[in-house]
Write a protein that binds this ligand. Structure first.
Ligand SMILES: NC(=O)c1ccc[n+]([C@@H]2O[C@H](COP(=O)([O-])OP(=O)(O)OC[C@H]3O[C@@H](n4cnc5c(N)ncnc54)[C@H](O)[C@@H]3O)[C@@H](O)[C@H]2O)c1
Ligand SMILES: O=C(O)C1=N[C@H](C(=O)O)CCC1
Length: 273
């Protein structure tokens, strides 16, 4: 019997790669309960019990395509879907006063503005990568970039599976932001996000990005600092998606009782400078 006093969590995009991992992580947790699962309209899981969708016994949670109805019964929403869905869910989670944990990447500046508006009324935790390791790497990248001058070229190289739809990855952008912050510059002024053809020589001070897509790679990131005479490579490898799901659940629980505002995983993990 589920303990109804535990914080109730809704997982959006429940059939997705992350959605399924998140559902299993919540079900395995003794600090939270699964309060709902949302999928897009027309998905064949809608109306079915999530336990049977996952190939097991019924769990008493029916997959719905009505997010507001689900959010109204929950304390937190964990959302790894797609930008359009996440913007819609931000407004609905704020309406339901549920903590909104956003793992979705590929958000455009106008999406971020709408999420910031929702965060005036509710707790939002958003990060392009929810793993402890990457968030530590963000802080390390900032420190190394601050210690080295522009004799060191900075490149962020990311590797992901062949179904990923956005580039650079959310993680790569977090690492690029950290490197730019360490150098005291704005990433938008120095980012070099796509090289093809006669590009000319690399511009001193630029932060370059490269995206590799292949097979089932879960997520790997290198931050390269290269001078004429030496190279430093900071590297993170996600072995499986549980690292993201565990971080997201931690964020959902951390958000309970927090005031409205937009937070990130550095807040959750206590890693802010
Ligand atoms: N922040 C992190 O730590 C982290 C980690 C992994 C993945 N991600 C990001 O999470 C997102 C999802 O990744 P994935 O590999 O699970 O993708 P996926 O395609 O496997 O899953 C996305 C799911 O969202 C569902 N969805 C889309 N629109 C919806 C809507 N309107 N309502 C309900 N459900 C909807 C889809 O049906 C699908 O099940 C991507 O943006 C990815 O980059 C972030
Ligand atoms: O599988 C994905 O998609 C991932 N997305 C995040 C990103 O864009 O950085 C985190 C790693 C996996």
């Amino acid at each position: 019997m589920t303990d109804q006093s535990l914080p109730g969590i809704v997982i959006t995009g429940g059939s997705g790669r992350m959605g399924q991992m998140l559902i299993r992580t919540v079900l395995d947790s003794d600090a939270a309960r699964l309060a709902g699962v949302v999928e897009r309209q027309g998905h064949d899981w809608v109306g079915r019990d999530i336990g049977t969708c996952l190939g097991g016994a019924p769990l008493g949670v029916t997959v719905t395509d009505d997010p507001l109805e689900a959010f109204a019964k929950a304390q937190a929403v964990i959302d790894f879907t797609a930008p359009a869905a996440t913007v819609e869910f931000a407004a609905l989670a704020a309406q339901a006063r549920a903590t909104h944990v956003i793992g979705t990447t590929g958000l455009a500046p106008e999406d971020l503005e709408k999420i910031a508006a929702a965060a005036r009324h509710a707790t939002v935790v958003r990060a392009g990568n929810m793993s402890l390791g990457v968030n530590l790497l963000v802080q390390l990248t900032k420190r190394v970039a601050a210690a080295l001058d522009e004799d060191f070229d900075i490149e962020v190289i990311e590797y992901h599976h062949n179904r990923k739809v956005d580039a650079p990855s959310g993680t790569a952008l977090m690492l690029g932001e950290a490197a730019a912050e360490g150098r005291g510059v704005a990433l938008d002024d120095v980012a070099d996000r796509g090289r093809d053809g006669i590009t000319g020589a690399r511009k001193r001070g630029d932060i370059g990005f490269a995206a590799i897509r292949g097979g089932g790679i879960v997520g790997e990131h290198d931050v390269l600092f290269a001078s004429e005479a030496e190279r430093i490579v900071l590297r993170h490898v996600a072995e499986d998606r549980s690292v993201f799901a565990r971080g997201a659940l931690k964020a959902a629980l951390w958000g309970q009782g927090k005031g409205p505002g937009e937070y990130d995983m550095l807040d959750v993990l206590g890693l802010k400078d």
